[in-house]
Write a protein that binds this ligand. Sequence first.
Ligand SMILES: [Zn+2]
Length: 406
Amino acid sequence: MEYLLTNIHRIDSKGEGKGILGVSSDNLITYNSKKTKKPVSFNVGGDYYAYPGFINSHDHLLGNYFPRVGNGPYLNWLPWDNDLKSAKIYQERAKLTNYEIYFIACLRNLISGVTWISDHIPHVVNEKFIPHLPINIISRYTLAHEVSSYDLKWGDPKKEHEIAKKEKIPFITHIEEGFDEEAKKGVDYLKEYQALDEYTVMVHGIALSEEDLKDIGIAKAHLVWCPTSNTFMFSKTADVKNWLKNKINVCLGTDSPMSGGLNLLEEIRFARSVYEKMYGEKLDERLIFQMITSNPAKAFKIPAGDLSENSPANFVITRKITDNPYTNLAYLTLSDIALVVVNGKPLYGDMKFAPLLKELKIQHWKIEVENEEKFLAIRGSLKILKKLKTLLGYPKYLPFLPINLD
Ligand SMILES: [Zn+2]
């Protein structure tokens, strides 16, 4: 498959400018005009921006269901987890197969412009699904659930980190997601295990101390911020301004919708509003752009977060709402996501792109998202969406998937 998107306003870590996005099989290419055979070309026009595909730095795909569960504020994540597992909705969720939940989770992320997800779960759970899922799930990682004696025993932090360092892949763990004495020692334990370095990616960090932040900054370790989930469970989020002051590589994640944001676009808006509320100043939109593109690419060591030549063609085209492409991110709602391309293939977007799909012979189906016509080019998706209509004897509505089929 080879095609060009012309007359496009592109933005990535190197800057912004007008140009062409060329795709050849699953990579981005620079178009060579001397070629005799011209590829299919589509004029996108001035009303759109093209960004690298967004990266959701924290999700639990198996937890992609709704409504949220919980009765916070909690002392730490454990009583929330107990509330979740004893909730009726947890039983209801089990009526879908794990693969179906994973599929729904991918659609939730895809329609918000996400092309890569970090799924916090042991390999044994997700490795059989990943090759069959429509978007990219990070598959090379080691992990611990959290660094505390009462964690879910998904992996031993010391051992898992050793493997990560040897294989040059990320070691991912929740950290200090709570305010009890042990939770607050998470970074101390990592230091003791010699497991705090550039391979360490830590999520939440709501109880990190000044000293922890200095150590994390010096170690060049990475932090993932999940403001919606933190605020829902603890009525408080991390001191992210202090994270940034310590020059820590910060990424943004939604967490699962059973505690966190509906999608990454809502998470961006919430991040901005909570930051302004906490510090009385605006969070620089350029930083937000980095938190969903180049920063997580660096943390998770994946070939993403950029629009450079020969990199995998994962990108998102959105409507232009403001003249500043970074500020634009804060205004996007689901209906503004105009095209999502995953590994070279247009999977979702506005019907405006239907002529391109036709030329490329890509089979697609019409759906409605937030009352706008869109296409979805993923085989099997309608079957799963239809199952949600009959599963409980009445149509189950998931607000992170506002899709109408007819
Ligand atoms: Zn989590």
